[in-house]
Design a protein around this ligand. Structure first.
Ligand code: FES
Length: 578
C-alpha cells in the first residue's frame, strides 16, 4: 500500500492489518475476534473508528455512548465495520488548571490513535469546549476520511419561571450575590436548575460555537450543531453520519478536501453571524495550521466585520440553543448570509454548502433575525485590536461589551496573577473607579500556563454595590464563550513572553479605541525600555506536560498549538531520515 494520502487508494488502509497473511495477519485478526466478530468482517469492509470522548469527568460528553451506538447502526447498515475507541476528554467545568492546557495533548492523543490503528475512516464524537477543536485538529493532521458528530446542547435551564443559560447566568448570579441582590438559598436552587439534561452548555458559548464551526467548515452534517443532546434527532443525525462515513471512505473524501481556505472564511463569517465565542478564533487558527491553510488574526476582523449578528442568543442576546434549534438552527443562518459565503464548498454531506442550506427555513425571527433587520449590525462580532499594548493583536467581542466603553481612556490597576485580583476584589477599600482599566497578566498560554478563561474578571464589589456592571478589562487570558463584558482578551505577545503587557504599571494610562481597532499603553518608549531592562521571564515548570507545553506553545495570534504539532502528517508515522 502507498505510504502517502496523496496517491489514489487502491485498497483499504485497514487491509494492511486484517488482510495480512501468515503470523502477522493471524495476530491482527485473532485478538480482535475475541470480541465475537465473524471472520468475514475482516475482509473488504471499511473499518470505521468511532473516536468517543465520553467521560463522567466531562459531563457535557457523558452521553456520547448513546450517540456512538447510533453511529454504529449507520456504519453497519452501509457495510462498514465500526470500532469504537475512547479518547481523552476535557470537562471544561471540572478539569484544573484549565482545559485549554490539555487541548493540544488531546489533539496529539487522538491523532496518534487514529494513525496507529487499522482505520479507514473516523467519526469524531465531541461536545465540551476543547474536545471539538482537539478532535478536528487531530483528524486534520492524519487526513483520513473523517466526520464529526457533536453531542448537542442541554435543554434550556429553568429557574423561578424563566430561562437561564449555563455559564452566562452564573456570571450574573455571582455579581448579584456580591451586590446583595441574590440570596445563598436562591443561588443553591439555581445550581440545580441550570444544567438539567445531557449535553453541553446551551448558551452560544464555546461548545455551541465550535459545534457551529464544525458545521460551517463542512465537517459535520447540516443541521447537526443545534439539535439538543436529548432530542431523538440527535441520534438520527448520528445514524446518518455513520452511513455517510462509509461513503466518504469509498470516495476518499478527506479533511483536506473539506478544510480549504474558503471553508475557514465561511466559518469566520458564520461565527460573526451567530455572535460566537472569541475562543473560536484560537481554535480555527489551530485547525487551519494543521492543514496548512494560511489564516491570520486579521482575517477574523476583515471578514467578520462585514457580517451582521443575526442570532439572538446568550451571552450577547436572550435565547438559548434549544430555541435556536426550533428556529431553524445553523442552516437558517447560513442561508440568510449566503451572499457572504463560498457556496460551492464541499462538505461531508456530499453536497456543497449552497445545496445544504438552499431549503433552510427560519421559524422564529426573534431568535434568528433577517439580514435586513439584524439583531446587531455588521461589526458587532469579535474585533481585532492592535497597538502599543498588543503589537501582535488582541480581541474584543463587541456584542458582549458595553457600547459606551468601546472608546475609553483610563488608568491601569495591575495584577500580576488572577489569584492576586481574586484575593482583593471584594475589598471595600480597593482603589478603583468605574473608569479604571483592570489589567491581569501572566494568564496567557505560557504564563499560567494554559491560557485560562479568566479575562472577564468580576467587577470589584465596591463598584458592583453602587451599580457599576461593566468596566474595561485587559488581559492575556481568554474569556468563557458564555461570558460578557468589555474585556480585551488574548493580548499578544503575552506578558510571560515579554509582551508590553509585562511592563504596565498601576497608574499608567491605557486607551481603548474599538472603532479604530487600537489598544495603546500611553507610556513613552524610553520609560518602557527602562522597565524592559528590569524584566525577566518567569521560570518554566520543571518537567512533565506543562514543561513541554510552555517550551512549544505558540502565541494567541497563531492559535496556541504546539509548534511541533502544526501541519498535516498523513497516516504513516513520520520516520527519521537516514
Ligand atoms: Fe462543557 Fe460548557 S462546560 S460546554
Amino acid at each position: 500500500m502507498s505510504g502517502t494520502n496523496e496517491e489514489t487508494e487502491t485498497r483499504l488502509r485497514s487491509a494492511s492489518w486484517f488482510s495480512a497473511e501468515g503470523r502477522n495477519g493471524f495476530g491482527y485478526r485473532s485478538w480482535m475476534r475475541n470480541q465475537g466478530f465473524p471472520v468475514d468482517l475482516f475482509s473488504g469492509r471499511p473499518v470505521i473508528g468511532i473516536a468517543n470522548s465520553a467521560s463522567e469527568l466531562a459531563p457535557c460528553n457523558a452521553h456520547l455512548g448513546r450517540v456512538a451506538a447510533a453511529v454504529k447502526r449507520g456504519v453497519w447498515e452501509a457495510g462498514g465495520f465500526p470500532l469504537e475507541f475512547p479518547t481523552m476528554s476535557l470537562g471544561e467545568s471540572v478539569i484544573r488548571p484549565t482545559a485549554m492546557l490539555f487541548r493540544n495533548l488531546m489533539a496529539m492523543e487522538v491523532e496518534e490513535l487514529i494513525r496507529g490503528n487499522p482505520l479507514d475512516g473516523v467519526v469524531l464524537l465531541t461536545g465540551c469546549d476543547k474536545t471539538t477543536p482537539a478532535q478536528l485538529m487531530a483528524a486534520a493532521s492524519v487526513d483520513i476520511p473523517a466526520i464529526m458528530v457533536t453531542g448537542g446542547p442541554m435543554l434550556n435551564g429553568k429557574f423561578q419561571g424563566r430561562d437561564i443559560g449555563s455559564g452566562t447566568d452564573v456570571w450574573r448570579f455571582e455579581q448579584d450575590l456580591l451586590a446583595g441582590r441574590m440570596s445563598e438559598a436562591d443561588m443553591s436552587e439555581a445550581e440545580g436548575c441550570m444544567n438539567r439534561s445531557n449535553g453541553h452548555c446551551m448558551t452560544m458559548g464555546t461548545a455551541s460555537t465550535m459545534a457551529c464551526m464544525a458545521e460551517a467548515l463542512g465537517m459535520q452534517l447540516p443541521g447537526s450543531a443545534a439539535i439538543p443532546a436529548v432530542d431523538a434527532n440527535r441520534f438520527v443525525i448520528a445514524h446518518l453520519a455513520g452511513r455517510r462515513i462509509v461513503q466518504m471512505v469509498a470516495g476518499n473524501v478527506r479533511p483536506s478536501t473539506i478544510l480549504t481556505r474558503a471553508a475557514f472564511e465561511n466559518a469566520i463569517r458564520v461565527n460573526a453571524a451567530i455572535g460566537g465565542s472569541t475562543n473560536a478564533i484560537v481554535h480555527l487558527l489551530a485547525i487551519a495550521g494543521r492543514v496548512g491553510v494560511d489564516l491570520e488574526l486579521a482575517d477574523f476582523d476583515r471578514l467578520g466585520s462585514e457580517v451582521p449578528v443575526l442570532v439572538n442568543l446568550m451571552p450577547s442576546g436572550q435565547y438559548l440553543m434549544e430555541d435556536f434549534y426550533y428556529a431553524g438552527g445553523l442552516p437558517a443562518v447560513m442561508r440568510e448570509i449566503k451572499e457572504f459565503l463560498h457556496l460551492d464548498q464541499p462538505t461531508v454531506s456530499g453536497h456543497t454548502v449552497g445545496e445544504n442550506v438552499a431549503d433552510a427555513r427560519c421559524w422564529n425571527r426573534e431568535v434568528i433575525t433577517a439580514s435586513e433587520d439584524p439583531f446587531r449590525p455588521a461589526g458587532s462580532g469579535t474585533v481585532v485590536l492592535h497597538g502599543t499594548l498588543a503589537p501582535r493583536g488582541a480581541v474584543l467581542k463587541v456584542s458582549a461589551a458595553s457600547p459606551e466603553l468601546l472608546t475609553h481612556r483610563g488608568q491601569a490597576l495591575v495584577f500580576d496573577r488572577i489569584e492576586d485580583y481574586k484575593a482583593v476584589c471584594d475589598d471595600p477599600d480597593l482603589p478603583v473607579e468605574a473608569s479604571t482599566v483592570l489589567v491581569v497578566r501572566n494568564a496567557g498560554p505560557k504564563g499560567y500556563p494554559g491560557f485560562p478563561e479568566v479575562g472577564n474578571m468580576p467587577v470589584p464589589a465596591v463598584l458592583s454595590k453602587v451599580g457599576v456592571e461593566d468596566m474595561v478589562r485587559v488581559s492575556d487570558a481568554r474569556m468563557s464563550g458564555t461570558a460578557y463584558g468589555t474585556c480585551v482578551l488574548h493580548v499578544a505577545p503575552e506578558a510571560a513572553a515579554g509582551g508590553p503587557l509585562a511592563l504596565v504599571q498601576t497608574g499608567d494610562w491605557i486607551e481603548l479605541d474599538v472603532p479604530n481597532r487600537r489598544l495603546d499603553l500611553l507610556v513613552d518608549e524610553a520609560e518602557l525600555e527602562a522597565r524592559r531592562k528590569s524584566w525577566s521571564p518567569p521560570e518554566p515548570p520543571p518537567s512533565g506536560w506543562a514543561r513541554l507545553y510552555v517550551d512549544h506553545v505558540m502565541q494567541a495570534d497563531e492559535g496556541v498549538d504546539l509548534d511541533i504539532l502544526r501541519g498535516k502528517r498523513g497516516y504513516e508515522v513520520p520516520r527519521p531520515s537516514h
